[in-house]
Design a protein around this ligand. Structure first.
Ligand SMILES: CCOC(=O)Cn1cc(-c2ncnc(N)c2C#N)cn1
Length: 286
């Protein structure tokens, strides 16, 4: 355990108090599937996803600049040795109470909502879309942060206005969609469909809108292999499909504590994270 005060613990990450206006975001090697944290870690997952977030912060800085916004990353080297490579020293922000989700494709809860209403939230969509369909335009589908262990609650744009005001709500929507568009474009060039993503923003001590949290990782986004993309059924997850398929084949009931993963599934899943990083960034994962 780090000798820093723990601020928050998520399924696969922790946030520590790193002193004067700083936090330490630590990514673990834990993996979650079907809303359960699995008992078997995926070696290097934390390091790969941290390296990916750092790279995305670099790639998305021009988009942030267009909006006069910043990001919270300060350092990945000025961190305790025991978490080196899987920790980000970040600026402490006043987080805005909105999970900013952008969807470029129809999937999961989006498909359910669409099949009932022909739209997602307050955004009408054309008829005939199916699971996995690319949307005509990316859609902003915010939610409020749930308590740890609960599901985030979908809210509409009016509710965002109620939380942060009209101007800020519009800024969050436009910036979230701009970040998603740029990320989706870069990802598709690398053979990965970025189906959707969740980003979080806060205000810096100077009152500047600042991108926080992790960015465009397989934990905060749906990554699908572009080569297998085929609307009409659930798309295979780029990184979690081996785990999901093995869990299903194992007969696990998805309620009792999940079983340990076999070594080959662990190794194949680690390889998917490393490959995603190397394909996206063009850099070797050390
Ligand atoms: C364990 C998982 O929980 C979270 O990451 C959510 N969270 C974000 C913060 C935060 N708070 C102030 N400033 C920031 N820069 C951040 C960030 N990122 C706290 N919890």
């Amino acid at each position: 355990m780090l000798d820093l005060p723990l601020v928050a613990r998520g399924k696969v990450r922790e946030v520590y108090d790193a002193g004067a206006d700083r936090l330490l975001l630590v990514a673990s090697d834990r993996i979650s599937a079907y809303d359960h944290v699995l008992p078997t870690p995926i070696p290097d997952k934390g390091r790969v996803l941290t390296a990916l977030s750092v790279w995305w912060f670099e790639q998305l800085t021009p988009v942030l600049d267009e909006f006069g916004a910043g990001h919270h990353l300060l350092s990945v080297t000025d961190v305790p040795a025991e978490v080196a490579g899987r920790a980000m020293l970040v600026r402490r922000l006043t987080m805005l109470p909105v999970e900013c989700v952008a969807r470029g494709y129809l999937s999961g809860s989006g498909t359910v909502e669409y099949s009932r209403t022909g739209s997602i939230r307050d955004v009408p969509l054309p008829a005939g879309l199916v699971e996995g369909s690319r949307l005509p335009e990316p859609v902003f589908t915010p939610s409020t942060k749930a308590e740890v262990g609960e599901h985030d609650e979908a809210i509409d744009f009016a509710a965002v206005v109620g939380l942060v005001g009209q101007a800020r709500a519009e800024e969050l929507r436009e910036l979230t969609l701009a970040l998603y568009r740029r990320g989706a474009e870069i990802a598709l060039d690398a053979g990965i469909v970025l189906a959707d993503t969740k980003v979080e923003f806060g205000l810096s001590t100077e009152g500047r809108l600042t991108l926080g949290d992790e960015v465009l990782t397989p934990d905060s986004s749906r990554f699908w292999p572009a080569v297998t993309w085929s609307p009409g059924a659930a798309q295979p997850s780029y990184d979690k499909q081996y785990v999901r398929d093995w869990l299903t084949s194992s007969g696990w009931d998805r309620v009792s504590p999940p079983p340990e993963l076999p070594d080959d599934v662990v190794a194949a899943t680690r390889e998917r994270y490393v490959t995603a990083y190397e394909q996206l960034t063009g850099r070797r994962f050390a």
